[in-house]
Ligand binder design. Sequence first.
Ligand SMILES: Nc1ncnc2c1ncn2[C@@H]1O[C@H](COP(=O)(O)OP(=O)(O)OP(=O)(O)O)[C@@H](O)[C@H]1O
Ligand SMILES: [Mg+2]
Length: 381
Amino acid sequence: MESIGRLAGGVAHDFNNMLSVIIGYTDLIMESVDARDPLQKDLAEILAAAQHSADITRQLLTFARKQNIAPRVLDLNETVSDTLKMLRRLIGEDIELIWLPGDHVWPVQMDPSQVDQILANLCVNARDAIEEVGKITIETGNATFDAAYCADHDGFFPGDYVLLAVSDDGCGMDKDTLDNAFEPFFTTKEVGKGTGLGLATVYGIVKQNNGFINIYSEPQQGTTIRIYISRCNEPSEKRVTVPGIDIPTGHGETILVVEDEKTNLQLIVRMLEILGYTVLDASSPQRALALAEEYGNNIDLLLTDVVMPEMNGRDLSAHLQSFRPELQTLFMSGYTANVIAHHGVLDKDVHFIQKPFSKADLAAKVYNILADRPAMQVQSM
Ligand SMILES: Nc1ncnc2c1ncn2[C@@H]1O[C@H](COP(=O)(O)OP(=O)(O)OP(=O)(O)O)[C@@H](O)[C@H]1O
Ligand SMILES: [Mg+2]
């Protein structure tokens, strides 16, 4: 199992890199092709297929525990609430989805996309177990296990946990299914319907977060899956989200874009304008310095290529910062971040985006830098 995981993970990793190139370039082409051009439809098909492949790859990577995860302190009630809409769409209209958030649920530390993945897998399984009409219940709560309890329950460890449970009133599992349910590639579904990776993925995620998972199920009695995640003692972090929009947008903040490759410069300018930013564009560092002199204090962010003739991006950034220390820079390059790293390490406060990037990648980077920046001081350049 270990070696299958490693193999799957290795392939998925390479695959993922290729897919991000396909997605990135398709995105860029779509930006440069006229919106009414019939090519747009074909490109959208490529993008959708690549994104679907990226989703499958992500599933494989989590299964192989190789996905880069970004754990943060979460309020599970908040994370679950956010996914309800997506889950309702997954399970269809004939099945009722009941959400029972626990009171004062303790924080946990995990990657919110892993919570989504757990819920999506468990709800799809529950949906498949329900013949026509039925209900699925999602619950959260707190649970404390003491040493005596753990002595009686195999696999439990004493401590404070947050419970996430998904129950259904579907067909339930017989003993053989129950014994094998977490096995990768174990499925009772017909060919083409299930890959048998759903519960194996959930199991992997739970283990990765030092939690445990139990199934209670009997034929015709439905199924309850309980997941316990270790309590985190820090308060949950405030979320930075823009209500109602998936891609965060700007509010007219001014970005100075410096890129010597003209077509690329045009595409980036278009992306940023669509995202709601005001853009000053420079096709050379000299031009950038002239614009900075003119607009100085109005520039909120410098987005610059790293390798350029005349002056490299790093020197340009340092030069502008000597007048305006608070000015943040986002470097972009087709090379890896190493091109701007000292001894292989990126300085704190150095932001980097690897080319090619999609509009969504750029949107997220720019939005986060602007949201986190220290208050700017007004100063003349
Ligand atoms: N809620 C449930 N009720 C009844 N049986 C279930 C339930 N959840 C899982 N099972 C059984 O466990 C098996 C394995 O589930 P798992 O999610 O790992 O794979 P799958 O659903 O068959 O395929 P995949 O999730 O990869 O599409 C299922 O085929 C099914 O027999
Ligand atoms: Mg499944």
